[in-house]
Design a protein around this ligand. Structure first.
Ligand code: ATP
Ligand code: MG
Length: 556
């Protein structure tokens, strides 16, 4: 689990149709070159995984290339810490980029391009305040008015822009704006800002610059500089495409990449925006960006999600032009399918009840040879000690069971998984009436054999009391109590946090071999779900397991 290389399924979507058309017309000479362009202002989440799989997947499918490009044009929000984390997450997902770039690598070229627009009288320095700019822009029903500085001469603009770069002016004193159309029905075309002054240290370029290009100017040109052919982004950029094309057309760049928009990947019971995730962390609703309840790749990874399970969801969920929210069970099912196939089986008890097998010799211990995976003999067997005292799940015994109860009941028989059939002879209680122990007898002829003359249907799991190790187990449930925590206009999304999203069980008995579990390994604890060691808090001798997902069907 984890180290496998992705295989890209050959399912076609509308993007394939666009690429096929380009290949036919020869627009890019048959090249396919994509990029994944995160802004390093937070950690990647499952929505980003969709974009990663799409961009890297398309490159792989067409024998093309995919770059990783940090869209780092806002020094105030960005940090080196995020850059490293994003690289690590992409590698973990199983992808390798062709080239690693930063938009900031192009600051010199972008400056020259901006000068090029000024020379063509297609950009000007505007000295209105932010409020004035907003007021002059108009709105959807009111056309904009031209800036008071729209008619500055090319010479004056060149001079002012150069002096902006030299640091002569404070933040906000001037901006550079594209000269397009103040009456356009598309607000993005009403003389958009393309450069602003920000006296701020940049994580990559340091103090070299005090003016920074804005997204719409930077993105198309970065794509062009890298020779990107298909610039895939999410739907909110559809209205920006005319600007993307305008910049490239005006500058007559040798390559003119095609921007293609698709609908964001959304799952219910999650709130994916970086802003929401940041609030959960800052206000300590979760333990950090890698809290196992977070939909970040760090959180999912710590929870026990495998790269394959995430890729499979990303690939299987399709690529669409219309927004929809998909069901979280897609993600859970994908993990179950992967782990059912690949996780070794072990036994652990979450809520123990002691059972003494009175017919079993006091000092005898049998090392039962138990298969690690029922469908995969190649995964071998392990020894599981069995003795006179065992621990079973409290819920696997009922004193007054309903009809058809298949687990243990007074006078009833049940099979201990991989071991004997036992019969409950006596229920021991304390003064308060609480059951503290069961006394059973075993049928010595039932180890690996069916009992004679009767049918025993129930099977329960167990751990030898004398040999058990102990671990803390963390059970997770959905982070929110409602499907769409962002969908309520009256209430803030944190009001829908599920108070029972984490349940901690101390000192659960686990079979002794689990003491050797390693971070990154997943196990099926039989009849309970899939679990993995917590990569942050677990220590040798003080193990902590996370439940990654329940077995099919049951949630809590
Ligand atoms: P968020 O909206 O979660 O804050 P973002 O879009 O601001 O994310 P970026 O770092 O700009 O985050 O995103 C990098 C790439 O990932 C962009 O191309 C963006 O369109 C894409 N992306 C972000 N969220 C999703 C999503 N939910 N589904 C698919 N692609 C996404
Ligand atoms: Mg963004």
């Amino acid at each position: 689990m984890g180290t496998d290389k992705p295989t890209v399924p050959l399912v076609d979507n509308f993007i394939d149709a666009i690429i096929a058309e380009h290949n036919q017309s020869g627009r890019f000479g048959g090249r396919v070159h994509t990029r994944f362009p995160p802004e390093p202002n937070g950690y990647l989440h499952i929505g980003h995984a969709k974009s990663i799989c799409l961009n890297f997947g398309i490159a792989q499918k067409y024998g093309g290339k995919c770059n990783l490009r940090f869209d780092d044009t806002n020094p105030l929000a960005e940090d080196i810490e995020f850059i490293e984390a994003i690289k690590d997450d992409i590698r973990w997902l199983g992808f390798s980029w062709h080239e690693l770039r930063h938009a900031s690598d192009y600051f010199d070229q972008l400056y020259d391009y901006a000068v090029g627009l000024i020379r063509k009288d297609k950009a000007y320095v505007c000295s209105m305040t932010e409020d004035e700019v907003r007021e002059y822009r108009g709105d959807l029903t009111t056309p904009g008015r031209p800036s008071k500085f729209r008619n500055r001469s090319v010479q004056e603009n060149l001079d002012l822009f150069e002096r902006m770069r030299q640091g002569e002016f404070p933040d906000g004193a001037h901006t550079l704006r594209a000269k397009i159309d103040m009456s356009s029905g598309n607000m993005n075309m009403r003389d958009p800002l393309i450069y602003r002054i920000r006296h701020a240290r940049h994580p990559v370029t340091g103090d070299k610059w005090c003016i920074y290009p804005l997204y719409d100017f930077t993105h198309c040109l970065s794509d062009e500089i890298e020779g990107i052919t298909h610039s895939i982004c999410t739907l909110e950029f559809e209205d920006h495409r005319p600007l993307y094309d305008w910049v490239l057309d005006e500058l007559k760049t040798p390559v003119h990449p095609q921007q293609i928009e698709f609908a964001k990947f959304k799952l219910n019971y999650l709130a994916l925006g970086k802003r929401q995730l940041k609030e959960l962390v800052t206000d300590q609703h979760v333990s950090g960006w890698d809290d196992p309840r977070m939909p970040t790749l760090r959180g999912l990874r710590r929870r026990g999600y495998t790269p394959a399970s995430i890729r499979n969801v990303a690939f299987a969920s399709g690529v669409s032009k219309s927004e929809s929210i998909q069901d979280i069970s897609l993600l859970e099912e994908s993990l179950r399918a992967d782990l059912n196939e690949n996780a070794q089986r072990r036994m652990a008890v979450l809520n123990p009840l002691k059972v003494i097998i009175t017919s079993y010799p006091e000092d005898q211990v049998e090392q039962l040879q138990v298969s690690n995976h029922p469908g995969k003999p190649e995964l071998g067997k392990r020894a599981m000690p069995f003795g006179r005292e065992i621990l079973i799940e409290r819920e696997d015994f009922s004193e007054n069971p309903p009809k058809d109860y298949l687990r243990l009941k007074p006078g009833g028989e049940v099979r201990l998984r991989y071991s004997y059939i036992v019969k409950c002879e006596k229920v021991i209680k304390d003064n308060s009436g609480q059951i503290v122990e069961l006394h059973c007898t075993h049928d010595p002829n039932t180890l690996g054999k069916k009992p004679e003359g009767r049918k025993v249907n129930g099977i329960i799991h167990w751990v030898s009391a004398r040999h058990a190790q102990h671990a803390e187990v963390r059970l997770y449930d959905r982070l929110y109590t409602v499907a769409n925590p962002l969908g309520d206009k009256e209430k803030h999304f944190t009001e829908f946090l599920n108070p029972a999203s984490l349940k901690t069980l101390k000192s659960c008995p686990i079979e002794p071999g689990l003491a050797e579990a390693k971070v990154g390994e997943s196990f099926q604890f039989e009849r309970l779900g899939y679990f993995c060691l917590d990569s942050v808090d677990s220590k040798p001798g003080a193990l902590i397991f996370n439940r990654s997902v329940t077995l099919a069907g049951d949630r809590a």
